[in-house]
Design a binder for this molecule. Structure first.
Ligand code: NAD
Ligand code: ISE
Length: 337
């Protein structure tokens, strides 16, 4: 039984605790913490876990074998570094950290530890539709382009325009690296007229990524689309196209209209992907003590592209992407999972 401590008991922290306590096998949540101590106490009591005052205490707790970080992005670096220092595997929700410099500090610490301890929560790699899309690439000929849309019904009031890149498009950044087994070479961001649904927020954005191998990817980011959570992707190959299916379980025909329900949010759309992601993480640690999913290198690479995207948004320029040499520890694992 893998004993897990969770830092951050907000929306996704609670959802991951729910899956680890009621859905998945071989895992027990033994400790939690959150700067919102009231929420932490309530969540901890609900699952019989110790409630600690700080994330550092969760990591140090002897009843914690592995750590899950679900706090706000700017706090991730501190907790991931502390878990590495304690020699404990750590699953960190995306982003690994909010700057490429912070990600490099994590890479350095993990390389110094000499073994993989970090996994980053890029769950699309575990989604059945994305996996089917990846499998279909052999059928449609050499991929040339990809069209994506990432639509949220709404976002919290603290969401700023850069977060459309760092918090939202970062999923497409990781996904295309995995899908095409290639790195992003340059980013541009185009700014269309503003939706009235987001107040002063610049929404939507149109992101264009050039892959090193020449595939061109466009991503529409709309975060106040109102009608639901809608994730789309279509690859154009030399001899055909392959698109994500419609994740809906039912199609309703009524009153002269055909309709399918749209997921409310990421919890519903990627429900099974998160389950598979966590079960594989738990199983890999239980079997050999080493995570095999998206690595700190993947988290770093996504952060570099994300930084380039923010620069492109601010300047309107095409911003090239340049990665440091990949440490041997991450040699064959760009496309893991
Ligand atoms: P949230 O605001 O609902 O929850 C974050 C929690 O972290 C809050 O309860 C907050 O009090 C707590 N917190 C903040 N600073 C802390 C600290 N120093 N120590 C301990 N707790 C602290 O946000 P959320 O939507 O749950 O997002 C949390 C993280 O998960 C973010 O990094 C976000 O990008 C990521 N996320 C990933 C996905 C996905 O699809 N993989 C979806 C949503 C969120
Ligand atoms: C959120 O943090 C996520 O990761 C969701 O998957 C994404 O759709 C949303 O835009 C982010 O804010």
């Amino acid at each position: 039984m893998l004993k897990v401590g969770v830092i951050g008991t907000g929306m996704i922290g609670q959802d991951h605790i729910r899956r680890m306590t009621t859905v998945l096998a071989g895992v027990q949540v033994t400790a939690v913490s959150d700067v919102d101590t009231v929420v932490a106490a309530s969540v901890g009591a609900g699952v019989g876990a110790s409630v600690h005052a700080t994330g550092g205490e969760v990591i140090a707790d002897p009843s914690v074998d592995a750590v899950v970080v679900c706090s706000w992005g700017p706090t991730h670096e501190e907790y991931v570094l502390a878990a590495i220092a304690a020699g404990k595997p750590v699953f960190c929700e995306k982003p690994l950290a909010t700057t490429q410099e912070a990600c490099l500090r994590i890479l350095d610490a993990e390389v110094a530890a000499g073994r993989r301890l970090v996994q980053v929560g890029y769950m699309r790699r575990y989604d059945a539709e994305y996996r089917a899309l990846k499998s279909s690439l052999g059928v449609i000929g050499r991929p040339l382009m990809m069209h994506c849309a990432h639509r949220n019904a709404s976002v919290p009031s603290f969401y700023e325009k850069e977060m459309a890149i760092t918090d939202t498009a970062v999923h497409e950044i990781d996904m295309v690296r995995w899908l095409f087994d290639d790195e992003v070479a340059a980013v541009r961001v185009l700014v269309p007229r503003r939706s009235g649904n987001g107040g002063e927020l610049q929404d939507p954005l149109f992101v264009v990524m050039e892959m090193a191998g020449g595939v061109l990817v466009d991503v529409e980011i709309s975060v106040n689309i109102r009608y639901g959570y809608d994730i789309r992707g279509e690859v154009v190959g030399e001899n055909g196209t392959a698109a994500l299916g419609n994740a809906s379980l039912v199609t309703i025909r009524h009153g002269g209209v055909e309709a399918s329900p749209v997921p409310v949010d990421w919890r519903e759309r990627f429900l099974r992907a998160y389950d598979v992601e966590f079960q594989e993480w738990i199983d890999s640690l239980t079997a050999g003590g080493r995570p095999v999913g998206p690595s700190a290198w993947d988290g770093y690479a996504a952060a570099v592209v994300s930084d380039a995207g923010v620069a492109a948004l601010r300047t309107g320029d095409r911003v090239p992407v340049s990665l440091v040499e990949r440490p041997k520890l991450y040699g064959a694992e760009v496309a893991a999972a």
